[in-house]
Design a protein around this ligand. Sequence first.
Ligand code: NDP
Length: 282
Amino acid sequence: MPALILDGKALAARVRGELTVEVGRLRARGVEPGLAVVLVGEDSASQIYVRNKTAACAQAGIRTFDHRLPAATSEAELLALIATLNADPAVDGILIQLPLPPGLDARRVLPAVDPRKDVDGIHPDNVGRLLMGEPRFVACTPFGIMKLIAEAGLPLAGANAVVVGRSNMVGKPMAALLLGADATVTICHSKTRDLAAVVARADLVVAAVGRSEMIRGAWIKPGAVVIDVGINRRADGKLLGDVEFAPAAERAAAITPVPGGVGPMTIAMLLANTVTAAKVRA
Ligand code: NDP
């Protein structure tokens, strides 16, 4: 049987449609959800991400406050801006686009954001809440993946879930969410021995590595669910995931495409978190 293609583009469009209605209701009550987007430096991928996020907000009726700072911005200047945004009642959510340029330490900058405005879900307070099973804001990519899995009705309780990658933005919160959903979770990284054998035991694989097609199709257990977070651009411009798609799709029960799988859900969940922040304020 061919694998079910988990269509993140379609689900994200639906979520964004629902959010647009919700924003309309909030606005009718005089509550205007607002997201501050802070981009430091000239990173070209970051500029595209910020543009897409801002456009998605505008479409849903969420107001954005754009803050573009030069790469030479000092930590003190960035912290001063964050303090202003924390205190601004028109700002419900604050997004600091990563990576920060060299010279700015995300470990000192991100905790300065008010955790109640941390719609990216990466403030230590929100990460701690997630680990304790009491999430407030959850990092947008793993949050979107959980929604895709739930939408497809894929069972997680007792499943062997393997997360490849342990970043703070994706791998670690993903593992925490899967654990919270009663999966038996294994986290792999660059020092993992015999990755192929670990992946081959998985009922669910989440690949978040950033290396084109490194998860080979032949590793996938027949009937497994495969979630591909990777976005890797080939020299000819084509986007490739971290999973070798065609052979993996022959074995998997369900799989996300790249593009059109996880990526659109990440943006949708950023909007969802911003609307939640606005509702809490209201
Ligand atoms: P990071 O670079 O922060 O983390 C990559 C992880 O992969 C690390 O934990 C690293 O291990 C691990 N890794 C590297 N090489 C291997 C290997 N050979 N075997 C096993 N594990 C390995 O990346 P991110 O988590 O930020 O992103 C991962 C990918 O997802 C990227 O392609 C990124 O573009 C994409 N992405 C997509 C999003 C979307 O919306 N679709 C959102 C965010 C990211 P170690 O810790 O040991 O170094």
